[in-house]
Write a protein that binds this ligand. Structure first.
Ligand SMILES: Nc1ncnc2c1ncn2[C@@H]1O[C@H](COP(=O)(O)OP(=O)(O)OP(=O)(O)O)[C@@H](O)[C@H]1O
Ligand SMILES: [Mg+2]
Length: 455
């Protein structure tokens, strides 16, 4: 089990409490500092897994904390917290080596996934396992809340087909609950007691994805200092979730197809294949059939995966669920923050029902979480909602190039401003901008050499 902690640096007591509570509920150990000076004094490389620091603090700033930590341990991931509207500071911090940034106000879920991602990236760079690989936050039971006829029928149907080993392809917009459904299938299968392992094909750069999935032997390539099991082997007997499968490059698609057909994997650099028994669930938020037509996705793999097709309707197509989910999240977040459960004003109810919900249930959860905080337990009013932007799926920002602003520069600003609008959520930004998450990642790399990807 992992014994390292997360160091949280923030001058505001309420933020320190909120951050440690949410991280602890994920199974992390947390230490806090109320100032940069105290943090640097406490800091020891082998004691901490990640450092999370606020940017604006009296005395030593978050930037100075970042520099101080990087001096002692260049590999220590540091996540910086910035205020809404100060994306420039975030960019500066990334240039100075911050692993990522999160913008206030943010949701607990977003922070959790960011920490998990950063820890996973660090592990991949050979820091040794952390114990949070497939457990931690994700293993907390999450219930599917719905009263929509179509969804209820789908859940009923899935209960039946869960038992087979057939591959499942779950299609649905971002935030519709694809991962939740994947876990539901696993839970209802005979494999429920075996591992459920997820790989996000969009978050991991192509060259690393192969060894991430199939593993490698010691010495398979420069830097492979020890043997590493791939996710296929880690999921043995259980279920492997291939998230955002559309982003996998075509060469790797061919290898994946072989593995599925033969039920055996070749670790990189290994002589003999290893048999594996794994149930595959793939998810995508693009129309994969169209990718097949455009030759961006292999048709043979598509048919292999699409044995049990599942389509989750977007939230705007299940109007009944909007208010139903609101009530559920109102209860959840008022309980978490210890306030009474606020009511929704009539106007707010209408606004929520008529909104397009491009980010689906995830967005709704974030909106309610923030509204509960802002309303302080009183009735939720329109000004607590922040439903701006993204009307009809248009980009949330308007930018016009002029003669002294280059296309590159405009592109960069558009990406950053969109990221800011969606609080750093790269999946949503990619949908608004109409580019893949992988492209956003590459662009961010290009702009600031922010995330060191692979050797
Ligand atoms: N029906 C639901 N009931 C309760 N919570 C839900 C429901 N659907 C989604 N959620 C919540 O919304 C968030 C997003 O769900 P999930 O991660 O499963 O979506 P996704 O489709 O995989 O999104 P992405 O495409 O961005 O990966 C999660 O926090 C999940 O718990
Ligand atoms: Mg998902």
């Amino acid at each position: 089990m992992n014994t390292k902690s997360i160091l949280v640096v923030d001058d505001e007591p309420s933020m320190r409490i909120a951050l440690s509570e949410s991280l602890e509920s994920c199974g992390y150990k947390v230490e806090t500092s109320e100032s940069g000076a105290d943090a640097l004094e406490k800091f020891q490389e082998d004691k901490f897994e990640v450092v999370i620091t606020d940017m604006r603090m009296p005395g030593m700033s978050g930037m100075e904390v970042l520099r101080g930590i990087k001096k002692v341990s260049s590999r220590m991931p540091v996540i910086v917290i910035t205020a809404y509207g100060t994306v420039n500071t975030a960019v500066e911090a990334m240039k100075e080596g911050a692993a990522d940034f999160i913008m206030k106000p943010f949701s607990v879920g977003h922070l959790e996934s960011l920490v998990k991602k950063v820890v996973a990236e660090k592990d991949r760079k050979g820091e040794g396992g952390s114990g949070h690989d497939s457990k931690g936050c994700l293993s907390r039971k999450k219930t599917i809340i719905t009263r929509d006829e179509a969804m209820l029928a789908l859940l009923e149907l899935l209960k039946g087909v869960s038992k087979s080993k057939s591959s499942v392809l779950i299609q649905g917009e971002s935030g519709t609950g694809k991962e939740l459904i994947a876990r539901y299938i696993h839970r209802h299968s005979d494999r429920a007691k075996m591992p459920f392992v997820a790989v996000n094909c969009a978050a991991i750069p192509g060259n690393l994805l192969e060894s991430e999935m199939f593993g490698h032997e010691k010495g398979a390539f420069t830097g492979a200092s020890r043997r590493r099991l791939g996710k296929f082997e880690l999921a043995a007997g259980g279920t492997l979730l291939l998230d955002e499968i559309s982003e996998m490059d075509v060469q790797l698609q061919a290898k994946l197809l072989r593995v599925i057909q033969e039920s055996e994997v070749d670790r990189l650099g290994s002589e003999a294949p290893v048999p594996v028994d794994v149930r595959i669930i793939a998810t995508t938020n693009v129309d994969l059939k169209k990718y097949v037509e455009e030759k961006k996705f292999r048709d043979d793999l598509y048919y292999r995966l699409n044995v049990i097709p599942v389509r989750i309707p977007p939230l705007r197509e299940r109007r009944d669920d909007i208010v139903f989910l609101c009530e559920y999240f109102l209860e959840k977040y008022s309980q978490l923050s210890g306030t009474t459960m606020p009511a929704l004003s009539k106007k707010v109810e209408q606004m929520l029902e008529n909104y397009r919900w491009p980010g689906n249930v995830r967005e709704l959860e974030n909106v309610i979480e923030r509204a509960v905080l802002l309303s302080g337990g009183e009735t939720i009013l329109p000004e607590h909602l922040y439903l701006e932007g993204e009307k009809n799926g248009q980009p949330a920002v308007k930018l016009i190039a002029s003669k002294d602003v280059t296309l590159k520069e405009t592109e960069k600003r558009l990406i950053f401003e969109t990221l800011e609008k969606v609080e750093g959520n790269k999946t949503r930004a990619s949908e608004i901008l109409g580019i893949s998450v992988r492209t956003i990642r590459n662009k961010l790399n290009e702009y600031g050499k922010m995330v060191e990807v692979g050797g």
